[in-house]
Design a protein around this ligand. Structure first.
Ligand code: DQA
Length: 146
């Protein structure tokens, strides 16, 4: 089984950007950990990051045919994108929304997520650990234990 790890805008800059909020780890380091973890349970990770809304939508559509689930950090699009919400809504596979930071103790505009109502669940404020937590949750859901 394949799982898509999808990261949205500016997450390519992890480790350099606002390190007080987002931590020191680079996206590659995070992806490698998730990949290793999933591999042990016989899941293959497909990782994709884009700064472009349409590319993220295309990947979600593709995942519907090729993947069992998605771990998705939509970055700033979380708070703005009806189009990404619609793309998640039509999927037949579970999507777990992840945020590194606790979006509820930051600027008020970060508290609202367009994605949350159509996601299987939301994990936030745990830093890179949130991606591993999402991977665990997704495998449980796919095993019928979610
Ligand atoms: C983020 C939170 C968003 O508000 C922000 O725009 C990001 C990262 C997070 O992982 O904490 O780009 O999704």
């Amino acid at each position: 089984d394949q799982i898509l790890l999808l990261n949205g805008p500016n997450l390519n800059l992890l480790g350099q950007r606002n390190t007080k909020i987002y931590g020191q780890a680079s996206l590659d380091e995070i992806v490698n950990k998730v990949e290793e973890y999933l591999k042990k349970q016989d899941y293959q990770l497909i990782s994709f990051q884009s700064n472009h809304e349409g590319e993220l939508i295309d990947r979600l559509h593709e995942a519907n045919n090729s993947c069992s689930g998605v771990i998705f950090n939509p970055g700033g699009y979380t708070h703005t994108s009806v189009a990404l919400r619609d793309a998640v809504e039509v999927l037949n596979i579970p999507v777990i929304e992840v945020h590194l930071s606790n979006v509820h103790n930051r600027e008020p505009f970060r508290s609202h997520s367009f994605i949350a109502p159509v996601a299987a669940g939301q994990i936030l404020g745990l830093g890179p650990l949130g991606y591993l937590t999402a991977a665990y949750a997704l495998m449980q859901i796919l095993d019928g234990k979610g």
